[in-house]
Design a protein around this ligand. Structure first.
Ligand SMILES: CC(C)(COP(=O)(O)OP(=O)(O)OC[C@H]1O[C@@H](n2cnc3c(N)ncnc32)[C@H](O)[C@@H]1OP(=O)(O)O)[C@@H](O)C(=O)NCCC(=O)NCCS
Length: 192
């Protein structure tokens, strides 16, 4: 029988770690990570990370992440440094309109970049998600000049499928997007 794909069925994962990175639920202790992300020139433009930061806005951001599971919208986890439990970024899964298709989002704070946190976080969450019967396909949209994100996705095994012209609305102007995907057949169950 074909699996039934429907929103609201991404459960809280077990502890996901590769020894360097550990993915976990957001906690109130993660406000410094949100505060650093709020100062980034790019992160607040494509996310709900508040800018400017205030404690109240930061707490509301954390509550929105918890809500993503509760509402069935998807799942948002903190990317943390294994060993210190310090949050350095975010990786999330959000249901797309098409049943069984889930979008992947991610960012890391500037002070912790180029250490493999994003690639490891995306790789861990993607491989776990593709083991769920509700998830047939993961996809991500990237602006063509976002070299870092392209490297993250390709490093996590995503395939480039094509260029979507004038697909994104960024500050009221249209921008192209590269479409990347990952399906179960593409992945080795062990993360890189
Ligand atoms: C893009 C972003 C997530 C990368 O995070 P990161 O933690 O530095 O990524 P990683 O350390 O896992 O890097 C993975 C690879 O990309 C490379 N890379 C990272 N940033 C890069 C950049 N700006 N230019 C070129 N290569 C880059 C790394 O060197 C690494 O290469 P490797 O696979 O050969 O080792 C981070 O810069 C970010 O949050 N940017 C702003 C928000 C954003 O663009 N989010 C994604 C939206 S689709």
């Amino acid at each position: 029988m074909d699996p039934v794909y429907r929103p609201g069925v991404i459960p809280e994962p077990p502890e996901l770690s590769d020894g360097q990175v550990l993915l976990r639920s957001w906690t109130y202790c993660d406000l410094p990570c949100v505060e650093e992300a709020s100062r980034d020139p790019v992160i607040p433009t494509g996310t709900t990370v508040p800018s400017p930061f205030s404690e109240q806005a930061g707490l509301a951001f954390l509550e929105r992440q918890w809500q993503r599971s509760a509402s069935g919208e998807g799942l948002s986890l903190a990317i943390t440094e294994a060993g210190t439990d310090t949050a350095v970024g975010l990786v999330c899964l959000l249901h797309r309109q098409q049943p069984g298709v889930v979008g992947v989002g991610f960012w890391t704070v500037e002070s912790r970049r180029r250490r493999g946190f994003a690639r490891r976080g995306v790789s861990l969450l993607s491989r776990w998600a593709l083991g769920l019967s509700a998830v047939a396909r993961l996809e991500a949209l990237v602006e063509p000049d976002n070299e870092g994100s392209i490297r993250v996705l390709e490093g996590a095994g995503f395939r480039r499928e094509g260029l979507l012209q004038a697909y994104l609305d960024i500050h009221a102007t249209r921008a192209d997007a590269l479409l990347y995907s990952l399906i179960g057949e593409d992945v080795d169950p062990s993360p890189r």
